[in-house]
Design a protein around this ligand. Structure first.
Ligand code: SF4
Length: 202
């Protein structure tokens, strides 16, 4: 699923090595119907054994190249139901306002999972994420096409206070809520260009 043919065993060894060294590890996995939705229980069992939090992310229409289709979205609710039938789960309240993942813990003490349901239960209202691309552009939404030219402001000589004001102006002026609007946008056929996830840094 990484698109590069990169072998998963090296990734798994890396995860184990990072855990052994005491790094806080969290596993993100995008669930795609017909691709990996038949492996949810195996995946959960693997990371339950290691007590590593696993987060399931709904397949999103981020960027322009992932060939997203609505019928390949596995709703977060379905993931919870399927896992819960095997290992009963209970919700854990958010650690802070705007926490992206809805968290659940296994009732048998097997650790935690998280669900990111940006397609079936959008959370734009509480979104506080900004992303800075490697070429110095600030994106106020994962689904934006254009970023704000922070590098340009710096090159033009902005000092810390000016940069502070610039960022505050950008942030206060943002109206992003793509996931809330997704259904209308898609129904209208308004195919917007979007930045790729790899460019935004995830
Ligand atoms: S669609 Fe944009 S505004 Fe909504 S949660 Fe995602 S990044 Fe935030």
């Amino acid at each position: 699923m990484n698109g590069l043919g990169f072998k998963v065993d090296r990734v798994l060894r890396g995860i184990d090595a990072a855990s052994r060294l005491g790094l806080r590890v969290k596993i993100n996995t995008v669930v795609q119907r017909g691709v990996n939705d038949g492996e949810l229980l195996e995946l959960a069992a693997y990371f339950r054994e290691r007590r590593l939090p696993l987060r399931f992310i709904e397949f999103m229409d981020v960027g322009n190249t992932n060939h997203w289709r609505q019928d390949q979205v596995v709703p977060a609710r379905e993931v919870v139901d399927r896992l819960s039938a095997q290992w009963p789960l209970e919700p854990v309240g958010p650690a802070y306002r705007g926490e992206v993942a809805a968290r659940y813990r296994y009732q048998d003490g097997g650790g935690e999972i998280g669900l990111i349901s940006s397609v079936t239960e959008p959370f734009c209202r509480d979104c506080h994420r900004a992303r800075l691309s490697a070429d110095g552009r600030l994106f106020t939404c994962l689904f934006a096409a254009l970023g704000w030219d922070v590098l340009g402001a710096l090159r033009a000589g902005a000092d810390d206070a000016e940069l502070d004001r610039y960022l505050a102006r950008v942030w206060q002026g943002r109206r992003d809520r793509y996931s809330d609007e997704r259904a209308e946008v898609l129904a209208s056929g308004d195919i917007r260009p979007k930045a790729e996830m790899s460019y935004l840094g995830g």
